[in-house]
Design a protein around this ligand. Structure first.
Ligand code: K1U
Ligand code: ZN
Length: 167
């Protein structure tokens, strides 16, 4: 197991579009294990492969309080969605930034599990929001990009200030 480095916004690599996983191999299973370890250590409730600079359609999520309900979504596709949810989001690639984002409140998703078998996941509330947030990462979209240009400029200013304080 290994902790992976999480890319920080505005790293250009966060804008790459992930490719479909052609086959669920041992290499993909190792990636999933390392992503799960990285997500729990962060701590976070989700992580997309894009965030660890692997541009394949792989997501891990655990929205449980007990941190023992890991969901693995390989090649996820939303087949239907409904409702509206306006909820506060955070992102491990944009530390200390939180913003209310409008998403669907319910999603039906088909994906592959770590054995390469297809399954269907019905989600609402936080799980639905998290799935949509992570699927956006796979198409190179970061949640702050839903915000107004003014808010994005302010966020970039805050990030530059954080970076100056680290150095
Ligand atoms: O994609 C990511 O960077 C993970 C992100 C997922 C997410 C959070 C909230 C709404 C939508 C998607 C996070 O996990 S940010 C950290 C976080 O939310 C959290 C951390 C510790 C405990 C509980 C939540
Ligand atoms: Zn994120």
């Amino acid at each position: 197991m290994a902790l992976l480095k999480i890319l920080r916004y505005p790293d250009e690599r966060l804008h790459r579009v992930a490719a479909k996983v052609p086959e669920v191999t041992d290499e993909i299973r190792t990636l999933v294990h390392n992503m799960a370890e990285t997500m729990y250590a962060a701590p976070g409730i989700g992580l997309a492969a894009t965030q660890v600079d692997v541009h394949q359609r792989v997501i891990v999520i655990d929205v449980s309080d007990s941190h023992d309900q890991l969901q693995v979504l390989i090649n996820p596709e939303i087949t239907s969605s409904s409702g509206v949810s306006d909820s506060e989001e955070g992102c491990l690639s944009v530390p200390e930034v939180f913003a209310k984002i409008r998403r669907a409140d319910y999603v039906l998703v088909k994906a592959l599990n770590i054995h390469g078998d297809q399954y269907v996941l019905e989600a609402n509330g936080l799980l639905a929001v998290c799935i949509q947030h992570e699927m956006d990462h796979l198409i190179g979209k970061v949640f702050v990009e839903y915000l107004s240009q003014l808010k994005q400029t302010r966020i970039l200013g805050k990030i530059k200030k954080q970076q100056r304080n680290i150095m």
